[in-house]
Design a protein around this ligand. Structure first.
Ligand SMILES: [Zn+2]
Length: 112
């Protein structure tokens, strides 16, 4: 499962961040998931809960979807997109060249 591998990776990031403070416990975690990363947010949340529970107990997990950006080929307007098809808000033509929205990153950690 793709999401479990990602959750383990994020868990590793948390461990590295907390390595200098072994007494501290992770209480909150924010993750940004690109709209086109192919990640199921609900599945990722579940996997993160499983991964983090053992060492940290209950962690407040916030997963935010980051939209992608498409560029219109006709009028060169750039706009945010969350799902296909990508229609230009200005001229209505179908835009290509989606950039962004494919990443997955930790946006914040809360430690106690
Ligand atoms: Zn356009």
């Amino acid at each position: 499962m793709h999401e479990m591998a990602l959750a383990l990776e994020i868990g590793g990031i948390c461990e590295r961040e907390l390595a200098h403070a072994p007494e501290s416990r992770l209480t909150g975690l924010g993750v940004q998931v690109g709209a086109f990363s192919g990640v199921e947010v609900d599945t990722l949340r579940f996997c993160l809960e499983v991964v983090l529970k053992e060492r940290h107990g209950d962690v407040a997990i916030e997963i935010e979807r980051e939209p992608g950006v498409a560029a219109c080929l006709s009028c060169e307007v750039q706009f945010e997109v969350r799902a296909a098809p990508f229609e230009c808000p200005d001229c209505g033509s179908v835009a290509r060249g989606v950039t962004g929205g494919q990443s997955l990153q930790v946006s914040y950690l809360e430690v106690e």
